[in-house]
Structure formats: structure tokens, C-alpha cells
Ligand binder design. Structure first.
Ligand code: HEM
Length: 366
């Protein structure tokens, strides 16, 4: 090591805050940010009964990030602002956005802020969270000097000790939150493993009528409506006659869930070819998803709830009910059920405005 590097190393060592140099602190924040986005997305993708693993890690990582914010503000942020670079405002925007995501996440988890009407707290959390990703990438890529980039030596005994303490603090804070919510009997204590709060169970009229991202409810003419299964038209009255009640949670990615008594027919009662690999379900809007053939008896075509026809906003005349899967699988306004040789894993994990499995992404509950 030459003298300059040695002086830099000693100065970095002296400037540690809570046992971390600025570079180590940045590294911890970056790892936490990536983990938060990854676990947030995982909580959407995992089956409902497994999502709690991702959501719990998400909550703990969130509290860890909270704990390092003061260190970042007192250290690198203060120094960075002294440098008077124009880009510091971009960094400040990124910081404020992440702070807002953190605060809104906690408010939503604790059932304190739901948002206003259809503009929900969770949607705000997601919007700000996803929008901060480009700023995060810029922040990482635009490091001013080589010496600011992470190095192998950053993983030392002291930093590992500090991160373990941080982890313990994150677990402690998250655990305390859950204990307090239970102790005060808050509704939020009963939120799902996905983080969704219960709303309008067994009261379909009050259940929200959300749709996925930029979706629009199609105009439906019930007289000319056709549902085709493997290319053959199935009469809605026949579906009604075959339907049986099933109680299932609809868990929306917008942070709410609702339990209803759905009138359904399993896909396995309607399809024949057992050599196919998946079942493709398409909505009147063009939105489509593939379900594995093995799930045919646990994925349903639904015509109503509590013996009543579905509301248009809930996907009338026919929608999918897919217990243990998140809202984007609960396709509304179904027109076609077809068998496919394509395995269900050969599709994008989530639909989107332009990246769904089919030509368009419209028609699913968000
Ligand atoms: C910048 C990235 C993100 C940050 C900093 C962040 C932070 C947080 C925090 C601090 C909480 C509160 C945890 C608690 O009080 O238990 C939270 C909750 C939540 N976040 Fe995020 N989040 C981010 C991105 C995401 C993304 C991308 C998703 C989904 C795709 C997501 C989904 C959720 C969910 C579902 C909850 C509720 C968890 C619960 O109720 O226990 N978050 N987030």
C-alpha cells in the first residue's frame, strides 16, 4: 500500500460512524434497497400461504434502513452537500423518495394510512418505490471517484459486527411493532402474510372493484357474450347449474384482501385433454395468463357470490377465482379457456401495461 492509500485508509477508519466507513455505509444501504425491492416483489409472486416469509424480511429490512438513515444524513449526505455539485439535488430527491417509501410502508403496515379513496397508501408506496429504482441505479453508477466504489476490504470484522447489530435492531423493531399491534388489538395485527388488510369480507357489494395498473373495464353486452372452453361455447346458465360455493380470499396487490363465498366451477370439470401442459385463460380485454394443468381442480370459473350474479366491476359474467394466488391471477371478464403446450412457467411472472403473457394486460384484479 502506498502512502496516499495508507493515509486514505487511516482517515476512512477514523471517520467511521457506528463502526462503518462511508463506503461501507453506502454498501449496506444498497444491499438493503435491493433486498426491499426483491422481497416486495417476492411477496406478490409467492403463493399466499408462503408470502409471509418475503413480507417479514421486507419489514425487517425496512426497519434496518430506517436505522441507517441518520448515519447517512450525518455522514456522506452532509459532506456531499458541501461539494455543491448540481447532482446533489438528484441525490436529495432519491433520499426523500426512499424516506417517503419507508414512512408510507410503516403507516400502511400499521393500518394508520390507507390513502384517499382509490388512491391507496400501498399504491403510493409502490409508485415511489419503483420510481426510485432509476435514481438508485444512477446513484450507484455515478460514484464520483474510484475510491468511493465498494471494495473487498469493506467486508471486515467490524463492519460485520455492526451489520449484525443492525439486523438485530431490525428484527427487534419489527417484532416490537407486531407485539404492540396485537397488544392494543389493532386490526392491522390480523393483516395477511402478504401485508394486505381485510376489507368487506362476505359483503361483495362493498368489495373494491380494482383493476390492474392502466386497465379499463370493457363494455359488455350480456346478450351476445360468449364463453368458449376449448373452442366450444359454454352457456352461462349451464355454468350456473354446475356451480358450487367455495370460500376464498381475493388478495389484491394494492394492500387489501376480501373473503367471499364464490359460486364456482373447477376448470377440471370443463376441460378434457390431459396431455396439455397448461390452461390459457383470456379476458375480453385481451389479458391472458397460463395456469399449470395440475392446478385445474383448484382454479375456478366463477359466476357469482352468495347465489347472486357477479357485479360488472368484479368481472361479470365470468371471472377466475384462483385461491392462494394474488389478484393478477383472478382474471375478469373471461371469454376463452384453452389448453396449451406451453408450460405455465414460460410467461412473465407478472402482467403489466405492455409485458403481460398475452397481447394486452387488461382484465385482472390488482
Ligand atoms: C424502495 C423500496 C422500498 C422500501 C424502502 C420499502 C419499505 C417498506 C417498509 C419500511 C415497510 C413497513 C414494514 C412494516 O412496518 O412491517 C414496507 C411495507 C410493505 N412494502 Fe415496501 N418498501 C419498498 C418497496 C416495496 C415494493 C417494490 C413492494 C412490492 C412490490 C413493497 C411491498 C410492501 C408491502 C406489501 C408492505 C406491507 C408489509 C406489511 O404489512 O407487513 N415494498 N415497505
Amino acid at each position: 500500500m502506498d502512502t496516499r492509500s495508507r493515509v486514505a485508509a487511516i482517515s476512512a477508519h477514523r471517520n467511521r460512524r457506528f463502526g462503518l466507513t462511508s463506503r461501507q455505509l453506502n454498501l449496506v444501504i444498497e444491499v438493503l434497497f435491493v433486498s426491499l425491492v426483491a422481497t416486495g416483489l417476492a411477496s406478490w409472486l409467492l403463493p399466499l400461504d408462503q408470502a409471509w416469509v418475503a413480507t417479514t424480511i421486507h419489514g425487517i429490512a425496512g426497519f434496518m434502513l430506517f436505522a441507517v438513515v441518520p448515519l447517512k444524513v450525518l455522514g456522506p449526505v452532509r459532506t456531499g452537500f458541501r461539494r455543491r455539485r448540481l447532482s446533489r439535488w438528484l441525490s436529495a430527491t432519491f433520499g426523500v423518495m426512499v424516506l417517503a417509501v419507508l414512512v408510507i410502508g410503516v403507516l400502511h403496515a400499521n393500518g394508520i394510512w390507507w390513502g384517499y379513496g382509490y388512491w391507496t397508501g400501498m399504491w403510493t408506496h409502490l409508485l415511489l418505490g419503483f420510481s426510485s429504482i432509476p435514481l438508485f441505479l444512477w446513484h450507484v453508477v455515478s460514484r464520483p471517484s474510484k475510491s468511493a466504489r465498494p471494495k473487498r476490504v469493506d467486508v471486515d470484522r467490524r463492519s460485520l459486527l455492526t451489520t449484525s447489530t443492525l439486523l438485530a435492531a431490525g428484527v427487534g423493531a419489527w417484532g416490537t411493532q407486531e407485539v404492540v399491534l396485537k397488544a392494543v388489538g389493532a386490526d392491522a395485527a390480523d393483516r395477511a402474510g402478504t401485508g394486505s388488510h381485510e376489507i368487506a369480507s362476505f359483503d361483495p357489494d362493498a368489495m373494491p372493484r380494482m383493476i390492474w395498473i392502466d386497465d379499463k373495464r370493457p363494455k359488455i353486452d350480456f346478450d351476445t357474450w360468449e364463453l368458449r372452453v376449448e373452442g366450444k361455447v359454454v352457456a352461462l346458465d349451464d355454468l350456473w347449474a354446475m356451480s358450487k360455493p367455495v370460500v376464498a380470499w381475493l388478495d389484491c396487490t394494492d394492500g387489501w384482501r376480501s373473503r367471499q363465498n364464490w359460486d364456482v366451477v373447477p376448470l377440471s370439470d370443463l376441460i378434457s385433454n390431459e396431455r396439455a401442459r397448461s390452461i390459457q385463460v383470456t379476458s375480453a380485454t385481451g389479458y391472458r395468463r397460463l395456469f399449470p394443468l395440475s392446478s385445474a381442480s383448484s382454479v375456478y370459473l366463477c359466476v357469482g357470490y352468495d347465489g347472486r350474479r357477479l357485479h360488472g366491476g368484479h368481472g361479470a359474467p365470468v371471472r377466475i377465482v384462483a385461491p392462494n394466488r394474488r389478484g393478477p391471477w383472478w382474471i375478469k371478464w373471461v371469454t376463452d379457456v384453452e389448453l396449451s403446450d406451453r408450460p405455465a412457467w414460460m410467461q412473465l411472472p407478472l402482467p403489466g401495461p405492455s409485458f403481460g403473457a398475452g397481447s394486452s394486460s387488461k382484465g385482472a384484479e390488482s
